[in-house]
Design a protein around this ligand. Structure first.
Ligand SMILES: C[S@@+](CC[C@H](N)C(=O)[O-])C[C@H]1O[C@@H](n2cnc3c(N)ncnc32)[C@H](O)[C@@H]1O
Length: 280
């Protein structure tokens, strides 16, 4: 990771942090990923944004951010454009089980954007394990977390997040859309739902639809197209023969991650992941 040098950089070092906890978040891997990012680029693209650990680390001058989770991208838009109204709404929440389940039961489609974002952040911070998970019908199904003092309105961090997002285009949709927005000299970081290590191993419940082998193949096609268009492209995925085969002509390295999503103790050990790039 580049060390901060100026006083201004030192004062803001480490900020902002991802405002939400997200399955597959790259925060713990940044020290291993940072030396692999390109030193300079034009526009930054992250089509599987999630918690945005890499975006918030890089704080690029221009970015196009996307995810197909509508709650998530609506939340980022509100943090960028209506932060004060969001902070006011967050003040009204309570860390109590009955209240939590009542908020969880509200159909987010019926809420105006600020209240919808407020519900999203509140559930993420007070739910069990601080996760966002939905069932097949797309309904949030995480139980109450019994946290002593969840910080759902980390005002300083949310202000940094809002500032970092100010230069970004925030979009919602399938990753394939990203292909049309890239240009020579851009940097694209791809962090899709991982190809499962075994039939039951992986967490993929970010949204009601799952990410299968055909999606991995579509993604590899887009990787190649972006590489041919003159972008630098970097992708994270699990270390499986299928993924190694899909990207066999590119630079493939491994990094070591702690696995935290699997609830069985056996799923929590260190695990090797791949970082695939079309540049060195
Ligand atoms: C591994 S997570 C990204 C984690 C992120 N890098 C972080 O640091 O938090 C994968 C993300 O891809 C999103 N996703 C799943 N299928 C998608 C699709 N078809 N198009 C775009 N985003 C998708 C999920 O909502 C999830 O946020």
């Amino acid at each position: 990771m580049n060390k901060p040098t100026t006083a201004a950089q030192k004062a803001t070092w480490g900020f902002p942090k991802p405002p939400i906890k997200w399955a597959g978040g790259k925060g713990q891997l940044l020290f291993q990923l940072a030396p692999l990012f390109p030193e300079a680029f034009d526009v930054y693209h992250e089509p599987f944004l999630g918690g945005g650990a890499v975006f918030f680390h890089l704080k690029p001058a221009r970015a196009v951010l996307m995810d197909n989770n509508r709650e998530l991208m609506g939340f980022y838009r509100v943090v960028r454009d209506e932060l004060d109204a969001l902070l006011e709404s967050l003040n009204g929440h309570r860390n109590e089980a009955a209240y939590y389940y009542a908020v969880r039961g509200i159909d987010p489609e019926t809420l105006p954007p600020v209240e919808r974002a407020s519900r999203f952040l509140y559930l993420n911070k007070t739910g069990f394990n601080g996760l966002w998970r939905v069932n097949r019908r797309g309904l949030h199904n995480v139980p109450f977390g019994r946290h002593k003092n969840p910080k759902y309105a980390d005002v300083d961090n949310l202000r940094w997040v809002s500032a970092a997002l100010r230069q970004a285009e925030i979009r919602c949709g399938d990753f394939r859309l990203a292909g049309q927005w890239v240009a020579r000299g851009d940097f694209v970081y791809l962090d899709p739902p991982y190809h499962p290590l075994s039939a039951t191993a992986n967490f993929t419940a970010y949204s009601a639809t799952s990410f299968g082998m055909e999606d991995q193949e579509r993604l590899a096609t887009m990787f190649r197209e972006m590489a041919e268009a003159g972008c630098r492209v970097m992708l994270s995925n699990s270390d499986t023969p299928f993924i190694r085969q899909l990207y066999r002509e590119f630079d493939i390295r491994t990094v070591t991650a702690r696995r935290v999503i699997n609830c069985r103790a056996s799923g929590r050990g260190p695990v090797s992941e791949l970082v695939i790039r079309n540049y060195e």
